[in-house]
Design a protein around this ligand. Structure first.
Ligand code: ADP
Length: 456
């Protein structure tokens, strides 16, 4: 019943108000009980009575006990005080009111201004030792406030009014504070329930700091989920698109062979060649997608063998040498000697190098040059693949590592045409080694790709 922030807050406020009022009431009651004013007045009166008696000390000092008793009784009545005379052993010689309960006179020594009678009622007194060793005592019952009357008449009404006003104030305050805290939370709950991944507007970030942090985290999370869903949709669209082109070609040329449009053996051979090439492209695409999926899910199972990057570079030059020669492009090595080994998966890193060299060859015209460089930079090893090719436009640079991104597909034709997956696979492999891949390039000035791998 009281599980909501609002009711809890209200309850807390009500409790605080009640506690504060109780404390005020307690302090007030203690003050009333001690009643300092009446207390002081009584003491002043006792001093005055004592003064009167002491001034007339000679008149009564030497009276016989029975006359002294009558005198004290009379004086006690007129001065409205109880008068006692004690001998030097503190025994009562005269008491102006012998029928009243006896006073506890042991406490007198402490010069305490309060003592108690045999019935336990408090008395205020003043004692004075006379020259003959006796002690004169004037006493009066300690003024006692009528506590209940005071409570009922003077304390209750202001406490009740104050309490009521404080409660109403607390209600408003609790309402405001609860709205401040609970409303953004409620909006968050509604948004979380309604979230379907479609373009949801970010929630306004308001309320206390913790709630604002929660709302911010929620907004970031929904943005990430949306980005993920968008990427997934784009991925499916891209895959379908990449499948469509070769499948259409395969279907078209197979049809041509079947219905005799490709009539001559030469035309049939050409159609079969195109079908073969497109099927090979589909096969490459399927392998690349499989690779990406493995790298994405972390099941690519990378080896961690000690690797010599220079050996890796030499191997790549051997593989690509004939293709470079055929394309009229020079393929050179600039290797730093005595490079330390790094832990890694040789086949996977060779795949990265192959992708970079494949691109470099695709985009470098005849007469150009490709250089593979290795060097040590701090606690990293760097491998560069530099070409003197067509370069990459500044607006394409930040996107070339995206899946399916091709800067200018119209410029690539024929068998070598990729699907825009090579660099994203390279990036995933390098990232799985804890490294980074980056590029520096300008149109017409060639491109340099940098692969940096940590030594440890
Ligand atoms: P693809 O398999 O289509 O080549 P990549 O992911 O390997 O896809 O490359 C993405 C795009 O980056 C390419 O389409 C190309 O536009 C650009 N690119 C990559 N390497 C180079 C390079 N060395 N010179 C110029 N452009 C490049």
């Amino acid at each position: 019943m009281f599980s909501s922030i609002r009711s809890r807050l209200w309850l807390t406020y009500a409790f605080l108000v009640a506690a504060a009022l109780l404390i005020v009431a307690a302090v007030f009651v203690v003050y009333v009980i001690r009643n300092p004013l009446a207390y002081r007045q009584a003491l002043v009166k006792l001093t005055a009575v004592q003064g009167v008696l002491l001034a007339r000390q000679e008149e009564w000092e030497n009276l016989p006990p029975d006359r002294l008793e009558r005198l004290f009784a009379r004086q006690g009545e007129t001065l409205e005080a109880r008068l006692l005379l004690l001998d030097d052993a503190r025994r009562v010689i005269v008491d102006s009111n012998p029928s009243a309960p006896a006073l506890d006179l042991r406490r007198l020594a402490r010069l305490n201004q309060t003592t108690y009678d045999s019935e336990g009622s408090p008395w205020l007194f003043k004692a004075r030792r006379l020259e003959n060793g006796r002690t004169l005592i004037v006493a009066t019952p300690r003024p006692r406030p009528a506590l209940l009357t005071v409570l009922a008449d003077e304390l209750m009404p202001p406490l009740l009014v104050g309490g009521l006003m404080a409660l109403v104030l607390a209600l408003f305050l609790a309402f405001g504070v609860a709205r401040w805290v609970a409303d953004p939370l409620q909006r968050l709950v509604n948004a979380a329930r309604a979230f379907s991944g479609e373009a949801a507007r970010p929630l306004p970030v308001e309320g206390p700091r913790e709630v604002r942090a929660l709302l911010q985290a929620f907004n970031q999370m929904t943005a990430r989920v949306q980005a993920g869903q968008n990427a997934q949709r784009a991925f499916v669209a891209n895959v379908s698109h990449e499948l469509k082109t070769p499948l259409t070609a395969i279907q078209g040329f197979a049809q041509a062979i079947l219905d005799g449009t490709a009539g001559t053996p030469e035309a049939q051979r050409q159609a079969a060649q195109i079908i073969y090439d497109e099927a090979a492209r589909l096969h490459r695409l399927a392998l690349d997608l499989l690779d990406l999926a493995r790298l994405d899910s972390g099941i690519a199972d990378l080896k961690r063998d000690p690797l010599d990057l220079n050996a890796l570079a030499r191997g790549a030059v051997e593989r690509f040498g004939p293709r470079a020669q055929a394309a009229g492009v020079r393929l050179d090595l600039e290797l730093e000697p005595l490079l330390p080994e790094i832990p890694g998966d040789g086949d996977r890193l060779a795949q990265v190098l192959d992708n970079l060299l494949d691109n470099a060859l695709k985009f470098t015209p005849s007469g150009g040059q490709i250089v593979i460089r290795t060097r040590k930079r701090g606690d990293e090893l760097e491998m560069q693949v530099q070409d003197t090719g067509i370069g990459i436009a500044p607006e394409a640079l930040p996107r070339i590592f995206e899946r399916f991104y091709q800067a200018d597909p119209s410029r690539q034709r024929g068998q070598g045409r990729g699907a825009g997956l090579g660099l994203s696979i390279a990036r995933e492999i390098v990232a799985a080694h804890g490294g980074t891949i980056s590029v520096r390039s300008a149109p017409g000035q060639g491109s340099t790709f940098f692969v940096r791998l940590p030594l440890q």
